[in-house]
Write a protein that binds this ligand. Structure first.
Ligand code: GDP
Length: 336
């Protein structure tokens, strides 16, 4: 960060909805430096009672499905209706592959230009856990800053969806009518996570194939989730370019949320997410702690080489690393 801001300054700026302070707060959340993490914890604690108010929507789809066009068009509509819309992203691969960066402002030019919108690219980093943590914490800061719709964008590659579904209320799958491969192309796991499915590009020559694909997907969902009382995700069609169907897709998102609320499911879903997140934080803190341990660092290279050479098994290697870490902890304990 260029200039360290005090926590009080950041908190006041976030609560006042000042974009620049919101952006700085998010930069702080994205940092892995231990002193930044400490400040981030203070910041999150200070704004905690102003969080939780947004409609949290995850949007996934393969590259080219039309996610950025869709979020841009939908976001602009929501802003026109008086909402404040934030877009964040989870995409650990973006910088590595040099592909388009999710949540990039240039991909959502109209929305990003709006005073009522905040568009933030995916934090960089190779580890999904770290990227997802930063995104989740950013969502809290955005809620505290008064954004009442938070969209979390991700690409359909498997693990990312699970991470995003663990932080949103409603998960929307944006897909395409590609004759024959709509089912193979969509991983079954992603279908199971979806609360709403929309077949995009239902315009011009694409309209009929999109409608056909939607019928086929609805049929597949009935097979996957049989039974009378089961709530299956609605399958709709839309065009992010013409805007046709966007209102219906948004209504389906709100309907899903109302359904959750009616069954006390929203509170439950968020409570479960909190519990899962707690353990995810424990896992990542432990794993960071083990890697940072002096004793582990001293032996790590040799041990890795031995495992690669087949001289030590992975099981033995892991036990040795944990032993080294435990010894380090005991040493620190007796010093303190
Ligand atoms: P993303 O990779 O999922 O974010 O996809 P983009 O939003 O970048 O869209 C990929 C391409 O599909 C772009 O050329 C868009 O203009 C186009 N596209 C997106 N939505 C639609 C749509 O509803 N109809 C049509 N015909 N093209 C679309």
């Amino acid at each position: 960060m260029r200039q360290p801001a005090s926590t009080a300054e950041l908190v006041a700026g976030v609560l006042a909805g000042e974009r620049q302070q919101v952006a700085r707060a998010i930069t702080l959340l994205e940092s892995r430096r231990p002193d930044h993490r400490e400040q981030a914890r203070e910041l999150l604690a200070a704004v905690a009672d102003r969080t939780g108010g947004a409609v949290r929507v995850g949007i996934t789809g393969v590259p080219g499905a039309g996610k950025s066009t869709f979020i841009d068009a939908l976001g602009v509509r929501l802003v026109e209706q008086g909402h404040r819309v934030a877009v964040v992203a989870v995409d650990p691969s973006s910088r590595r592959t040099g592909g388009s960066i999710l949540g990039d402002r240039t991909r959502m030019a109209r929305l990003a230009a709006s005073d009522s919108a905040f568009v933030r690219p995916s934090p960089s980093g190779r580890h999904l856990g770290g990227v997802a943590r930063a995104t989740r914490e950013s969502m809290l800061v955005l809620e505290a800053a008064g954004y009442d719709v938070v969209v979390v964008e991700t690409v359909g590659v498997g693990q990312n969806e699970i991470a995003v579904s663990e932080m949103v209320d409603t998960f929307l799958l944006l897909t395409l009518a590609r004759a024959g491969d709509q089912l193979q192309g969509i991983k079954r796991g992603i279908l199971e996570l979806a609360d709403v499915i929309a077949v995009n590009k239902a315009d011009g020559d694409g309209e009929l194939p999109a409608k056909g694909a939607a019928r086929e997907l609805a049929g597949a969902m009935r097979l996957m989730m049989p039974g009378a009382g089961v709530r299956r995700p609605p399958v709709l069609t839309c065009s992010a370019v013409t805007g046709d169907g966007l209102d219906d897709v948004w209504q389906a998102v709100l309907d899903h949320r109302s359904h959750l609320e009616a069954e006390h499911g929203l509170a439950q879903r968020r409570a479960q997410q909190q519990q899962d997140w707690m353990w995810a934080l424990v896992d990542s803190a432990l794993s960071d702690g083990i890697r940072a341990s002096q004793a582990v660092r001293a032996e790590r290279a040799d041990l890795e080489a031995a495992v690669r050479a087949g001289e030590t098994s992975a099981v033995e290697g892991s036990a040795r690393l944990l032993e080294l870490y435990a010894a380090d902890l005991r040493a620190a304990d007796s010093e303190g």
